[in-house]
Structure formats: C-alpha cells, structure tokens
Write a protein that binds this ligand. Structure first.
Ligand code: ZN
Length: 365
C-alpha cells in the first residue's frame, strides 16, 4: 500500500501512551489527566491495545513496557511496523511537527524503508506573515514564490488546513482590497482566526498556481483534532470555490473522507472530474465502521479518484493501525461486492487503484 496522507513520527521510542492517540489536544495537566482517565473507555484505544499486545507478544496491560523494550532499536522497530502493515510509500505533510527529524523526507524514508513524497502546507507561512503584520499583496507574493519554488525544494504537492483557520466557506469573490480590510478588521483575534478574505483569496490563487505547476492540492475536510470547528469543515462549503476557474483547473484532493460527510464527498468526487476523495484518519478513531465508511464513498465515487491513507502521526503505530484497518475493511467490502456480482478482475483493478495506483500517479511515486 502507498499511504496517501501522513505526518512525521517521534524521534525515539520508549513506553507508548495509548491515550495520546486521540483527537483531544491537551494544554495543561488537568486536561491531560482527564484524557488519560477516559481514553481507555474508547473502542479505538481498546482495539489498538489488543492488537499491539498480540504484535508484541504480551498482555494488554504490559503494552507500554513491552513497547519500550521492543523500540530500543527505534528504526528497526518502526520499519517492522511499516513492513507488517504492507506500507511501501507515503505522502508526508511535515507541517504537523516541523521540528521532528522525520519532517525531512529523506530521514523519514531512511527510517521506515519506503518512498516518501512531501507536500507543502501553506498555513505556517501565511500565519507567520499575518502575525508579522504583512499586507495582503505581500502575503500573496510570498505564497506564490514558495509554491513556484516547491518542485525544486522537493515537494510533490500542496496542502491547506483553512478548515482549521477561517473555515471552508471560501468566498470566491474576495479581492485584494477585501483581503487587506480583513487583516485590519481582525486585529483583535488570534492569528488562526484572522484575515478570512485574505485566506480565501490566497486559497483561490494557490489552486491556480498548483494547476499551472501540475501538482496536486490537498484540502483538509471533515473532523480533525479538537481545534477544528467541525461546522466549518463540511466539504459542501467548498462548492463556490470549486466552480471558479482555479477550482476547476487544480487537481484537488479532499482529505480524511470528509468525516462525517462521506456521501457529500462521494457526490463531489463523482460530479467534479478534478476532485479526488482521500480516505484516512477515521480509520484511527472510528475503528468499528471503516468498511462502512469506505463503502459510502466508493459505491458512488469513481475508484479511479479515491485514495487510501492513514493520517499516521507521532506514534508509528498510528500508521500501522490505520493501514491494517483500511486494508481489512477493503477486503471485507470486496467480498461483499463479489457476492453482489462484481467481477474479481474489476475488484482487483479497484483495489490496485485505491491502495496504490492513484496515489502513485498523483504524487509521482
Ligand atoms: Zn493529517
């Protein structure tokens, strides 16, 4: 499998805190201990513990210690997980934890023993420039320069997390004057909520530059960590942007299965020939229904534009669990569709496309 979406992992092993594999961000000791207290009551925590215990050859209660022991040789341990999950390549967004050693594609590739294709996340630059008091024109020019230089810097695509900033209801008519005004008017807000018109304009232009560069563009949709305002992450909010010349020209990948808006994602993918559906992240947190979610997208969207991934991050076990669960889910779905009459040859083509072929083609593996 080639993983269509992941992030850097930690630089070293040690005991694994299963409760840290969670969408709930912790900011202080109180929230950390609350998370530690409630996390074991989540199904995903339970099933990851049980599977890891089997993998490590120990009891569930012994997982943290057994993991510490098994991960003494960290690269070897990580490589073992990737091999056992059948992962041979991954698309890396280093923008989550830029400080990790594995934020550099080369070191990640060396550690896990598979090919890595990094993509450039736009928000770290935009946020930094807004915080520094830059104007809209200056920010647009900086983003354009970074994007045009991306191929030479080793990037194979782009990503926006505007859903985490001012939301997916992008105004396609935001112009430079409105962008500057939005920066002025939002001075009292935290940076992540500042400059909606500016961020809308940057995204529309960025899609145009990505189209010129012929590089794919990931848009975060659906749930994420607890910073997200979920109501602002519905992929249908993107419809006006997707109708602009830039929105029609770019190769767009809506990520994370747009959880919980799978049918909405399936429709956009079917209706718009440049839109792709990327399925990841929910296979870490809604582990009982992965096949169901896969089916809700795949029964409508063309498999030729569906990509499977993990959203692995931090602990390498997230890559391992996400990859295993989505492959098992597909196997179950494949059986069901065969019983309904789908031919084995067609099912094999779908499997290759969603597990490797589409990601391989879009990111030049
Ligand atoms: Zn991610």
């Amino acid at each position: 499998m080639i993983d269509s979406h992941g992030h850097p992992i930690t630089d070293s092993g040690g005991p694994l805190d299963l409760s840290s594999i969670n969408v709930q961000l912790v900011t202080d000791e109180e929230s950390r201990s609350e998370r530690a207290r409630t996390s074991p009551s989540r199904l995903s925590h339970e099933l990851l513990g049980v599977r890891l215990a089997r993998y490590l050859g120990c009891e569930v209660e012994e997982v943290p210690a057994a993991r510490a022991e098994a991960s003494r040789d960290w690269p070897r341990y990580v490589r073992g997980l990737f091999m056992s999950a059948n992962l041979r390549g991954l698309v890396l967004d280093p923008g989550w934890n830029l400080d990790a050693t594995t934020a550099a594609a080369d070191s990640f590739a060396e550690m896990v023993g598979c090919s890595v294709r990094p993509i450039l996340r736009l928000e770290p630059m935009v946020d930094r420039l807004i915080a520094a008091g830059a104007g809209a024109g200056e920010i647009l020019a900086a983003v354009e320069q970074a994007m045009r230089g991306a191929p030479a810097s080793g990037y194979f695509g782009f990503k926006t997390i505007i859903a985490y900033r001012t939301g997916l209801a992008v105004d396609p008519y935001a112009d430079l004057a409105a962008a500057d005004r939005s920066l002025q008017d939002s001075r009292e807000l935290e940076v992540r909520r500042r400059g909606k018109a500016l961020r809308d304009l940057v995204l529309r232009r960025a899609l145009g530059w990505a189209a010129e560069l012929k590089l794919p563009f990931q848009i975060h949709t659906g749930y994420g960590d607890s910073e997200i305002r979920l109501g602002e992450a519905n992929p249908l909010l993107l419809e006006e942007l997707l109708r602009t010349p830039e929105g029609l020209a770019a190769t767009i990948i809506l990520i994370h299965g747009s959880y919980p808006w799978h049918e909405e994602l399936a429709f956009l993918t079917l209706a718009k020939p440049n839109v792709h559906a990327e399925l990841s992240e929910f296979n870490l947190h809604t582990v009982a229904t992965v096949a169901n979610r896969l089916e809700r997208v795949l029964e409508m969207a063309p498999a030729a534009r569906v990509l499977c991934g993990t959203d692995g991050h931090g602990a390498p076990e997230t890559y391992w669990l996400g990859a295993l669960l989505i492959q098992e889910a597909w196997a179950a779905l494949r059986d069901r569709w065969a019983k309904q009459g789908a031919r084995q040859s067609w099912l094999s083509e779908v499997e290759t496309a969603i597990m490797e072929g589409n990601t391989g083609r879009l990111y030049s593996f």
